[in-house]
Design a protein around this ligand. Sequence first.
Ligand code: DAH
Length: 466
Amino acid sequence: MIVLLSRSKTFIPSFRRVFAYYSTSLPNTLDIAGKKYDTDSNYTNVTPSILSHVNENLHLRKHHPINTLRELIENTLNSVDNTFKTYNSFSPIVTTYQNFDVLDIPVDHPGRSKSDTYYINKDYLLRTHTSAHELECFHDLLLQENITNRGFLISADVYRRDEIDRTHYPVFYQMEGARIWDRSSLALLKSDLSKLENKLLDIDKGKNIIRLIVQDDVSLEGNPKQNYMTMEEYDLCSRHLKRSIELLIKQAFAQKIKNMTTADINQTTTELNVRWIKTSFPWTAPSWEIEVWWNGEWLELCGCGLIKQDVLLKAGYRSDSTIGWAFGLGLDRIAMLLFEIPDIRLLWTKDERFHQQFRDGAITSFKPYSKYPGSMRDMAFWLPDESLYVELHENDIMEIVRSVAGNLVESVKLIDKYRTPDTNRTSLCYRINYQSMDRNITNQEVNKLQELVQDQLMSKYNVILR
Ligand code: DAH
């Protein structure tokens, strides 16, 4: 589910006044993880239901698939030359400077908007990606003297206002990785790269082999290198980055195969198609994404690139002294794929039937148990006329449903939208599927939830139910 920062869908244009989520009952301060933060009626949009996830730390919970995957990646990358320092307990509350400015994310980037991001106030937010900690980790590496090759891995929960379905949850886990080299010791980069390439060759000699078929257009066309780097540095550094990611994909899938029966292995392919796609991120150049062909579609697993010198300068490095790479990957999506977990909410369930299936370090397929029945409700409404119009983004509707129904909702989908040509009014219809991962919910309970959702939608956005 990595879905990079570009996502945003504003489907209702123009607005009259800015809506603040807690307009009626916003407390003056919020107590989060033992610290007090002032609220701001123009910015605060974190809800109690979102804040309840702070400190859940699924990535550190024994036997949990996210934890198993995190450890697998850390061990795999460190098995080559033991260079990555791991950081797994950064607080999710960061400043807008850390989350956006340091990385040169433009002020008008949709990722900064209140419809996409959970703000505590104007200056603090729940991090939307682990890249928010790159600067401090680069700085930390700088303080470790006498080490010429260095890197780090950061795993943490990240938060985004988003749609509701089986692959999206407002909290998910990412891992950030980075590696740097002093330009005065290119020999080291060369030897690190050959260690990595040898490791990949070694794995191919072992059992449980996954063969990667890699598509990679290595030309710099449309994805230029930074001027301060030589062609050779660009070539070595980007190969080290790509081979590192390929190594971790290969090892993760090899672990999966290890726990499959021969019959299952025969059905699953032992060849994996992956492709590198050129893209752009404000803090890397060149930049790529890697996609894997799985179940008939290309799935994006990771964004990465060669770290822009500007970030390194801000972290205190000397001009022209250092080159390096960085990546960010979504752990939930990869865990769902490897452990065959069909609904992201299962990662959050308290049901022992889920948790008892997993052992530490092993990638095993989830065996579905009987699902609790769900119940569907449609909600059709007219947007109000202009005089009463309050900015409404689809994520605001999602947020209302989440704050009322929490984990009792499986998906929310827009199923109908039309505009009357004569009166110029817009009608929307959303289908909400209520279903619990943990228990039976009664019709009566669902009716009550639906009523609350509709009440909030009417009182906050002046919509008219149909
Ligand atoms: N932080 C990005 C996201 O969540 C992912 C990413 C892309 C991280 C490129 C990186 C990078 O370190 O170099 O969308």
